[in-house]
Design a protein. Structure first.
Ligand code: SF4
Ligand code: SF4
Ligand code: SF4
Length: 628
């Protein structure tokens, strides 16, 4: 019987007393002939053969006895408390940009939040909200920093008067003065900048209100925040035009030093319905999806965290702030649960549940409506109960449901569900191939070309300094020439650099180790995306070995080496042996390691045989092929 599992998701719910067989375990298909199960509340993806499926996974008693203890605790959502965890403030509907797709038609009206209403909102929360920690966010149906004096005044007031513990965040278009950005640096804990990528995209999709270019301002803002260690995310809207350029967009942010990016396809609402062009129309979900998978893998190579709808970052009960208890005060004095409802005039304003009552001089809310909205957690949406994405999607966007079913936010839109499951399944397949069965990435030799094959990407690798298709380079570097190379590599800027080292016996010293470390560090600082292909021996790094191999993702031994097997003419050729495995029979890196160990008994340099690290099993030795 065969059964393996992998941690794929953080489950923030506390461990439950539920019987493990009541923790959702979904069969989601097959891969390489194995059955794939997803157990989100255990945080795991499981693969098994048919026998294990039949005897253990499908048998309640056996599952609880044999499988569940292996999987660890199963977390279950606690009963939610009733208060507001998010206090959203929309200071204005004005905007200094005129984004071609703006859902809120920012800048088309001039509504400014009355400070007295804000005070009443704080008063309301102090009297009615028992939540101890509140996330206060400034957002817009416009650009919040445009009313800078008001923004400062609000921040100060909320900081002093709102009783709960607070974290401040800001969503901005990034176009503001140095004075504003210095204030943000001192006053805001977390910033999300909206930017659609390199200037040739940003300037068309997000022009200034007067039609000018916004990219120069936004780029400066991002650089400033990165250099000053401000916690930032970048949110990017993908249009029909930019869809085929997702890789370039990601590369652009990577080079700017951004570590957290989110991709959203255009949602055709608001201004984009006025005069659609390829900059303001949706890329089409299938086409977006195809590129998104490549981006997901590229983001891993760049060490960038890419978020998107359908990613499996953590488990949650509510899809968005609608049910996760947001109280958003709009510039015209209404209380909305959703950032997509920025004023009374917005589409879907039926979600609004409160308003400032002038006569009574206080905020009034419709309790019945609020309860209806707050009940929209995944446990209360019948259609979601058997869906494997339920703890990530949690019923999807309430506005999308409105779009299809009017006020019925408890009936998810089937087209959306199909899409979410497709994304979720692909993310799991990716993790299985890369991290569980470890079949990918690998090298393929085809028609004289060397190709680096990831799960979704292929990079043709050319000997450095040339670049192959999609910008890949292959570099085998002598350790005594490292210093000369950093600049050249930076200039050449390959999308992926597959790097290995040539080392002779006299260079097996800590001094060489330090040089390699500083070489790799400077590549990282220059935001060069490299993959160290072959293992490096322990004697180079001594006690720092574990830290350095983890930091630069250096293979620990032949088992993890990229060159362990090469696909050629439909079969995998195993390093240093005449053995092959047909591609159709290849299911796991483990299978290849077994053959390798059996038939390539001495893959390391002769001089390693006497080394104390090797004798004690602390080092795999230096690969023969790396010796010069
Ligand atoms: S998307 Fe934001 S920055 Fe762009 S016009 Fe709308 S409110 Fe302004
Ligand atoms: S994909 Fe559909 S059924 Fe599944 S959780 Fe999301 S809304 Fe519910
Ligand atoms: S012998 Fe060298 S090239 Fe072959 S798998 Fe081991 S480290 Fe890689």
């Amino acid at each position: 019987m065969f059964f393996e599992y992998l941690d794929v998701v953080t489950n923030p719910f506390p461990p439950s007393d539920n019987s493990p067989s009541n923790c959702d375990v979904f069969h989601i298909g097959r891969i390489y002939g194995f059955h794939v199960f997803y157990a989100p509340l255990f945080g795991k993806v499981i693969i098994s053969d048919s026998e294990f499926r039949k005897r253990i996974l499908s048998n309640k008693e056996n599952f609880e006895k044999i499988c569940a203890p292996e999987l660890g605790p199963c977390g279950a959502p606690p009963i939610a408390d009733k208060g507001f965890t998010h206090f959203g403030i929309f200071p204005t509907s004005e905007c200094n940009l005129k984004c071609v797709y703006c859902y809120a038609r920012g800048g088309e009206s001039k509504k400014i939040l009355n400070f007295e209403i804000l005070k009443k909102a704080v008063e309301f929360l102090n009297e009615n909200n028992s939540v101890e920690k509140v996330s206060v966010f400034f957002h817009g149906g416009g650009e919040p920093t445009i009313q800078f004096e008001l923004l400062k005044k609000i921040k100060k007031y909320v900081d002093e008067e709102l009783k709960a513990e607070k974290i401040f965040s800001l969503q901005t278009n990034g176009v503001f003065s140095n004075e504003t950005r210095n204030w943000i640096q001192k006053n805001i804990n977390h910033v999300t900048v909206s930017c659609d990528g390199p200037p040739y995209i940003q300037d068309f999709q997000r022009p200034l209100r007067n039609g000018g270019k916004s990219s120069v301002f936004v780029e400066n803002t991002i650089r400033f925040f990165v250099e000053n260690f401000i916690d930032i995310n970048v949110e990017t809207v993908i249009s029909k035009f930019s869809n085929e350029r997702q890789a370039e967009i990601l590369e652009y942010f990577h080079k700017l030093g951004v570590n957290n990016v989110k991709f959203n396809p255009i949602s055709e609402r608001g201004r984009c319905l006025c005069s659609p062009t390829e900059f303001s129309t949706s890329p089409g979900m299938l086409s977006f999806f195809k590129n998104l998978l490549k981006s997901m893998e590229l983001a891993d190579i760049y060490d960038v965290k890419l978020a998107f709808t359908g990613s499996l970052d953590f488990c949650k009960v509510a899809s968005c702030v609608v049910a996760s208890r947001a109280f958003i005060i709009t510039p015209d004095g209404f209380v909305s649960p959703c950032i997509s409802v920025p004023s009374r005039d917005a589409e879907y304003n039926e979600l609004i549940f409160g308003f400032f009552d002038k006569k009574e001089n206080k905020i009034k809310i419709n309790q019945k409506k609020l309860e209806f909205l707050q009940k929209r957690t995944v446990q209360n949406i019948p259609k979601c109960q058997n869906c494997f994405m339920k703890w990530h999607c949690a019923g999807g966007c309430a506005i999308s449901a409105c779009l299809m079913h009017g006020r019925d936010i408890y009936s998810p839109y089937e087209g959306y569900c199909r899409w979410i499951r497709k994304v979720g399944r692909s993310v799991l397949v990716y993790k299985i191939k890369k991290d569980l069965l470890k079949t990918h990435p690998f090298i393929e030799e085809k028609n004289g070309q060397i190709i680096y094959r990831g799960v979704f990407n292929e990079f043709e690798l050319k000997e450095f300094p040339a670049k192959g298709k999609e910008g890949g380079s292959l570099l085998e570097v002598d350790v005594d020439k490292l210093e000369l190379l950093t600049k050249k590599i930076e200039e050449q800027n390959p999308r992926v650099l597959l790097l290995s080292f040539k080392i002779s016996k006299k260079y097996l010293t800590r001094e060489t180790g330090r040089k390699i470390e500083s070489f790799l560090k400077s590549l990282k600082e220059k935001r060069v995306s490299f993959v160290v292909a072959k293992p490096l021996p322990k004697c180079l790094f001594g006690e720092d070995y574990q830290r350095i191999i983890a930091q630069f993702k250096i293979p620990k031994g032949c088992e993890e080496c990229i060159w362990l097997y090469i696909l050629k003419d439909g079969s995998f050729h195993i390093c240093g042996t005449d053995k092959t495995i047909p591609q159709s029979k290849f299911r796991s890196r483990k299978d290849i390691v077994e053959v390798f160990k059996k038939y390539n008994a001495k893959p390391t340099a002769l001089f390693c045989e006497e080394c104390v690290y090797k004798l004690r099993g602390n080092c795999a030795g230096l690969c023969k092929q790396m010796v010069f």
